[in-house]
Design a protein around this ligand. Structure first.
Ligand SMILES: [Fe+2]
Length: 442
């Protein structure tokens, strides 16, 4: 479902607009108070589909400020202004107040490419957006593919760009991306068909034996991204379970088959791999390295920790949320209340979610719920206790190590990271695990 930011000061109008936008235009409404609030959200959620804002809030030039931000960041998010804003009225739709909810949903529908039928039939978009990355590992699509272009200041048109029979390669998709395209559009009736097609193609590719390490990592990263998105929007469906399994197997394969850790790390850093997968793969890799130095190591431990790495942050939407690894970092972050709560509960939420996976056992659930040192999966423990499962301890040390490594503001060499870990994790068994990291990476 698309997301719309709404800034409206009148409490009654806020409720009426939100309810009707959701019911008739099928968009999720995120309420914001001011231009600053809205900009802060856009920095972490640039895929917002529409912004509806009062021209001014408490004497502040709200609409103007947001418009400047969008221009400076080259974000082409449409805006509807409630009230007069002469400075931008040639570029943005400004509705004379009072604005009725019928007028607003009609305009919002037009901006989002939704056909307004009647009040009884719930309005659904005719086209649904899919991220460009859905096209990375396919050479044809089962249906026509469209892009959304601006027709006039307040109107959008969907133009067919790929026919259902066309064969294309990654360069074609790359060209669209280079021009700033982030999403293609699929006719709504074909969306399920399309995602099933992409999923089965990805699984087939992940199961191939002849992929180079680079191809394997890029395809697995794509699988991870699609699993995260489909879980967040539709829950854990059968096809998602299959794609997740194929991706984890592929990830484990690349970890086992890469003789040189330092080479693999270099590759993960150098390529255009999303933060979520960089973290997931490096975490599985580090866990494997640490595990292999433990006397009690068994082969299936790598499978467990890889599974947990794959799903540990699956409910989190932004990189900012995923980068947090302590209560202090959470307190100092710019996240709003809902985003903070999601971070606080993400280990517990992940357990609830993966419980729907048919092969999830108590081992996996235990390590996942303890992944930030808490027995109940809520919050972060600064100096976790000896009570935790040994696999959880390996996971926690590896996770903290990788998060520091991936943070450009923090130390980037093992020599500088290890003292931070020794100082934070004071219990003897944790100190022993950290010691394993002292050995030279081949
Ligand atoms: Fe986490």
């Amino acid at each position: 479902m698309s997301q719309t930011i709404l800034i409206e000061t009148n409490e009654d109008l806020k409720k009426i607009f939100s309810l009707n936008l959701n019911t008739f235009v099928g968009t999720d409404v995120i309420l914001r108070q001011s231009a600053d609030d809205c900009v802060a959200l856009l920095r972490i959620l640039p895929q917002i589909a529409l912004i509806i804002t009062k021209a001014q809030v408490a004497g502040d030039t709200t609409a103007l400020k947001i418009h400047h931000f969008l221009k400076n960041e080259s974000l082409s998010i449409p805006m509807i202004v409630l009230g007069n804003c002469p400075e931008i009225s040639s570029e943005v739709l400004c509705l004379q107040e009072p604005v009725s909810w019928e007028t607003l949903i009609k305009q919002a529908a037009q901006h989002l490419g939704v056909t307004v039928q009647d009040a009884i039939n719930k309005i659904k978009p005719d086209y649904l957006p899919v991220g460009v990355h859905y096209f990375y590992d396919i050479q044809k699509t089962p249906c026509d593919v469209y892009i959304r272009i601006k027709k006039g200041p307040n109107e959008y048109q969907f133009v067919k760009r790929i026919n259902s029979k066309d064969v294309f390669d990654k360069d074609v998709i790359q060209k669209y991306e280079d021009q700033g395209l982030k999403e293609f559009y699929i006719p709504k009736d074909y969306i399920q068909y399309f995602t099933t097609f992409v999923t089965s193609n990805l699984i087939e590719r992940l199961e191939r034996e002849d992929l180079t390490l680079e191809e394997r990592i890029l395809t697995t990263a794509n699988g991870h991204e699609i699993v995260r998105e489909s879980i967040q929007t539709m829950g854990f469906e059968d096809s998602t379970v299959q794609l997740a399994d194929a991706s984890i197997t592929s990830m484990v394969k690349s970890i086992k088959n890469s003789p040189q850790i330092s080479e693999l790390l270099k590759f993960l850093f150098s390529n255009k791999v999303a933060y979520a997968y960089q973290h997931c793969h490096m975490l599985a890799l580090m866990s494997h390295y640490v595990l292999s130095k433990q006397s009690w190591y068994k082969a299936d431990h790598l499978e467990i920790l890889s599974f947990v790495s794959f799903f540990s942050d699956v409910t989190l939407k932004s990189n900012l949320q995923m980068q947090i690894s302590s209560m202090r970092e959470l307190a100092e972050s710019n996240l709003n209340d809902a985003e903070r709560t999601a971070v606080m509960n993400h280990a517990k939420d992940a357990v609830d979610l993966v419980s729907q996976h048919p092969d999830v056992d108590d081992y996996i659930k235990t390590v996942l719920i303890q992944s930030h040192g808490k027995l109940n999966g809520i919050g972060f423990e600064e100096d976790p206790s000896e009570e935790l499962h040994p696999l959880s301890k390996v996971f926690i040390i590896s996770d903290t190590f990788v998060k520091i490594l991936l943070n450009p503001a923090k130390p980037s060499t093992k020599k500088d990271i290890l003292p931070i870990l020794y100082a934070r994790f004071t219990q003897p068994s944790y100190q022993k695990i950290i010691k394993a990291l002292e050995q030279k990476f081949e």
